[in-house]
Design a protein around this ligand. Structure first.
Ligand SMILES: [Mg+2]
Length: 439
C-alpha cells in the first residue's frame, strides 16, 4: 500500500475518523494521544502487562509513543497471567504496528484452548495500537467493513434454570427471547455440553459421570437419554417459533451414530446448527473424518471450532468439507486477523462462520465488532459476551448504549478497537498485585 501515512490513508477513505473528532475525544480522555503514526517510524513495544480484572485477564501493551493497546481473554481463564507474561521478552522492542512481524515471534508458542489465549489477546492489543496509530478503526486495517451493523447471537445473556424438564427449558428460552438485546439467534446447551441436563436423568448414557476438565462426559446415549434431549429441544424451538433461530451446543462426546440419529430427528425443526457433537470445546484436536460422516448424513448444519488454535488446524475440517460452519473464538484462535484469514478460506469452500465469544468480556466484544464488520459474506453472527460483574460497564468507555438493538450492534468508527478504560474507575477493581497496571 503506497499511502500508509496517516494523512494519506484517511484522506482516501470516506467515513474515516476526522482528525478534529479524534482531538476532541483525546481531550475528553477517552483515547490515548496519537503517536507519530506508522509513516513516521516505529512504535516500539516497551512493556507487556496482564491484570485480572473481575475474572477476565486483561492484556496491556505499552509503547514508547504514548499509545497503549488492550486485549482480553475469557473470564474462565484467570490463571492465564503467567502465560501472557511468558511472551514479554519475545515482543519487547518490536514495532507494534507491524502486527504480523510481532506475531511471528510468538504465534508458534501456543496451542489449543486454553493455551492459545495469551497469544490471541496480545494480537488483539497490537491491532488496537495499530488502529490508534493510523487514526482508523481496526476494521479498516482488516480490509474495511462489509456491513454497518453486525449480527450477534446469544450468548452471554443467561438466566438461572429452574429445573431440567422440557418445560424448564421452554421457560428459560422464553426469557432469552424477551431479552432487551432482541436476539434473532439463540444458542442453548444440550447433551454432553450440558451436564445438568444429562445427569438429571437416570441412565441417560452408557457411562458414569466424570469429573475433571470441562466436558468430560461422553458415550453411547440410551434411548431414554436421546429422547429426553430431543424433548427439551422441541420445547425450546416451540417458544422461539420461526422468527428466532435456535442453535445447539451439544458436546463434545457424542458417538457418530447418535449424532446422526439426533440430527435427523431435529431436521423438521430447522435447527440453526449443531455444535461440537464429536470433538470441540477443550478437545485438543478436531476429528475431521468423523465430523464429515455426520455432516454428510444430515441436512442440519454441523458446526465446530471454538477450541482450535491457528489456521493450520482448520485445514482438514475445511478442505474435507467436514463441517458447514466454523466457530473459532478470536481470543483462542490466535486473534482477529487470524480468524479473518480462516473465515476467508472457509468461504471459498462454501463454509460459514459464527465466531464463539460468550466469555470474551467487553474489550473482547469490541474486538468482535471490529472483526465481524470485516468478515466475508459467509459471516452469520458472533456470540455476544457480557461484562461480568456488572461494574465492567462502568470501567469501559466507548461502547454504544444500548450495545445491541434488534439483535445487531452498530459498528463504530473510533480509532483502534474504539474502546478504552476509564482508568480512575477501573483502578478500584485492581488487586494489589496489579495496582500499577494502568501507570
Ligand atoms: Mg461451544
Amino acid at each position: 500500500m503506497a499511502n500508509w501515512t496517516r494523512r494519506g490513508f484517511m484522506g482516501s477513505l470516506p467515513g474515516a475518523v476526522a482528525a478534529t473528532s479524534l482531538a476532541a475525544q483525546q481531550q475528553r480522555g477517552s483515547l490515548t494521544a496519537p503517536a507519530k503514526g506508522p509513516g513516521h517510524g516505529p512504535i516500539k513495544i516497551t512493556d507487556l502487562r496482564c491484570a485480572i480484572i473481575g475474572r477476565n485477564p486483561v492484556v496491556r501493551i505499552v509503547t514508547d509513543q504514548g499509545i497503549s493497546g488492550y486485549g482480553q481473554a475469557e473470564s474462565t481463564k484467570a490463571y492465564l497471567k503467567p502465560m501472557v507474561l511468558f511472551y514479554k521478552d519475545y515482543i519487547l522492542g518490536e514495532d507494534a504496528t507491524n502486527v504480523e512481524r510481532a506475531m511471528l515471534k510468538i504465534r508458534r508458542l501456543g496451542a489449543f484452548k486454553p493455551w492459545g489465549s495469551a497469544v490471541s489477546a496480545i494480537e488483539i492489543a497490537l491491532w488496537d495500537i495499530a488502529g490508534q496509530a493510523a487514526g482508523v478503526p481496526v476494521y479498516k486495517l482488516l480490509g474495511g467493513k462489509l456491513r454497518d451493523r453486525v449480527r450477534i447471537y446469544n450468548g452471554g445473556v443467561r438466566f438461572p434454570m429452574t429445573g431440567q424438564t422440557p418445560q424448564d427449558y421452554a421457560e428459560n428460552t422464553q426469557k432469552m427471547k424477551e431479552a432487551k438485546e432482541g436476539f434473532t439467534l439463540i444458542k442453548q446447551a444440550v447433551g454432553f455440553h450440558n451436564p445438568a441436563m444429562m445427569r438429571a436423568m437416570t441412565n441417560g448414557w452408557y457411562d458414569e459421570p466424570r469429573t475433571g476438565p470441562p466436558h468430560s462426559d461422553r458415550g453411547l446415549m440410551t434411548e431414554r437419554g436421546l429422547e429426553q434431549v430431543i424433548a427439551c429441544v422441541e420445547a425450546m424451538k416451540k417458544v422461539l417459533g420461526k422468527d428466532i433461530g435456535l442453535a445447539l451446543d451439544c458436546g463434545p462426546g457424542w458417538t457418530v451414530k447418535d449424532a446422526i440419529t439426533f440430527a435427523r430427528a431435529l431436521e423438521p425443526l430447522h435447527i440453526a446448527w449443531l455444535e461440537d457433537l464429536i470433538t470441540g470445546d477443550y478437545t485438543p484436536y478436531p476429528n475431521a473424518d468423523l465430523f464429515r460422516e455426520v455432516t454428510q448424513s444430515t441436512s442440519l448444519p454441523i458446526h465446530t471450532g471454538e477450541e482450535i488454535y491457528l489456521r493450520d488446524n482448520f485445514k482438514d475440517l475445511i478442505e474435507k468439507q467436514a463441517i458447514n460452519i466454523i466457530g473459532p473464538d478470536p481470543e483462542d484462535v490466535g486473534g482477529i486477523a487470524e480468524l479473518k484469514w480462516i473465515a476467508e478460506y472457509a468461504d471459498i469452500h462454501g463454509i460459514q462462520v459464527a465466531p464463539h465469544g460468550i466469555f470474551d468480556g467487553l474489550i473482547g466484544l469490541a474486538a468482535h465488532v471490529q472483526m465481524a464488520a470485516a468478515l466475508p459474506q459467509n459471516y452469520i453472527a458472533f456470540e455476544y459476551p457480557v461484562g461480568q460483574p456488572d461494574w465492567w460497564y462502568d470501567i469501559v468507555e466507548g461502547l454504544p448504549n444500548p450495545i445491541a438493538k434488534q439483535g445487531f450492534i452498530d459498528v463504530w468508527d473510533r480509532p483502534g478497537l474504539g474502546v478504552t478504560f476509564n482508568v480512575q474507575a477501573a483502578k478500584a477493581h485492581l488487586s494489589d498485585e496489579d495496582r500499577h497496571f494502568f501507570d
